[in-house]
Design a protein around this ligand. Structure first.
Ligand code: GLO
Ligand code: MG
Length: 343
């Protein structure tokens, strides 16, 4: 039994299309996915606005809320919660140059429309968290935008969201690059600064994705620790990443076991989840998998997380203290490695 509650997004199970090739599996219907997620032990679902309301542009504002209520009924049927809703500001033609920081006013208005609709959808789904994964908020051509203006535009957009709903919470999911070259808000440190500059910092926090920290050449556990010290780690997307390359979204712990262990240990030591936070996964199924085995990466990630939780429970804090007193960190390091290797 884990002390944590877990969440997952429907995009974690997909047809396998990538930049270099088409789909290799059928799309699994939404209801089938969430039924399976529940069976696997997940407690909550992560949403994009258009995961809840596909073809969102085709509906009026009132219709969008009605559509979202149908999804809420599905969640209730399987006794699942909604963790958050994220406006998908990277698919629509209006978001080619970014959303909140686009150079074009019409696009910025569209981005706000999606942000407000995401809040409406979150309300209909019974949740109060909005995630901003700022996919295209940055530059491909450096001289096309000013980092000063972009940062101010982002703060302004968040302020408008905070005004639109007085109890909603905004979590920025930071990422240094991809699909954009240079992001406006690349790390949780930047997120904390943005939060402080908004009109209600108590409602603006962060979501750390392990792979995103690694892409910024940072340690994911340290990003987690930094945001927790500020009381602002409200979500995680645990996964793994092999070095500095494209965003891989590998199963949690499969590349960097010790880093994974330290993320789990830190979440446990600092009471993550006590305010209703979920341990979220953001892992992608490999292209090689058959349709029937489309969920294996999620099973693996949960299994590895829970195994690391058990390892962390065994962590000998007295021994750690002794090593620190003796200033023998080589000894401490070997202890950690032996713990992980089961020696
Ligand atoms: C991509 C992100 C993406 C977000 C999701 C929720 O790199 O990790 O999967 O987590 O869109 O906003
Ligand atoms: Mg993510």
């Amino acid at each position: 039994m884990s002390r944590f509650k877990f969440s997952v997004g429907p995009w974690n199970v997909h047809s396998g299309a990538d930049t270099y090739g088409p789909a290799v599996r059928d799309e699994i219907p939404f209801e089938e996915k969430i039924k399976k997620f529940k069976e696997m032990g997940f407690d909550a679902i992560q949403f994009h606005d258009d995961d809840a309301v596909p073809n969102i542009n085709d509906f009026t504002e009132a219709e969008i809320i009605e559509e979202a209520k149908k999804v809420k009924a599905l969640l209730d049927k399987y006794d699942l919660k909604a963790e958050f809703v994220a406006p998908r500001l990277w698919f629509d033609p209006h978001t080619v140059d970014g959303g909140f920081t686009s150079n074009y006013e019409e696009d910025r208005e569209y981005a706000m429309w999606r942000a407000y609709r995401s809040i409406d959808i979150a309300r209909a789904l019974g949740c109060d968290k909005i995630v901003l994964w700022l996919a295209r908020e940055g530059t491909l051509c450096y001289e096309s935008k000013s980092p000063v203006e972009s940062t101010k535009k982002l703060i302004d957009a968040i302020n408008k969201m905070l005004d639109y709903d007085k109890t909603i919470k905004v979590m920025i999911e930071t990422k240094p690059n991809e699909p954009i070259d240079r992001s406006v808000c690349p790390t949780l440190g930047h997120c904390m600064a943005i939060s402080a500059a908004t009109k209600d910092p108590s409602r603006v926090g962060g979501l750390l994705e392990s792979a995103h920290a690694m892409l910024a050449a940072l340690d994911p556990a340290n990003e987690i620790g930094f945001a927790m010290a500020m009381g602002k780690l409200w979500g995680v997307h645990l996964n793994d990443q092999n070095g500095l390359k494209f965003d891989q979204d590998k199963s949690f712990g499969v590349e960097n076991l010790r880093a994974a262990f330290n993320q789990v240990k830190l979440l446990m030591e600092n009471g993550f989840g006590e305010n209703g936070e979920y341990v979220g996964l953001d892992v992608k199924v490999m292209r090689t998998q058959s349709l029937e085995n489309s969920y294996q990466h999620l099973e693996n990630s949960l299994k590895i997380f829970k195994a690391l939780e058990k390892k962390a429970e065994k962590f000998d804090y007295d021994y750690q203290k002794k090593c620190i007193e003796e200033r023998d960190y080589e000894k401490l390091e070997l202890y950690v490695m032996e713990l992980l290797m089961g020696m």
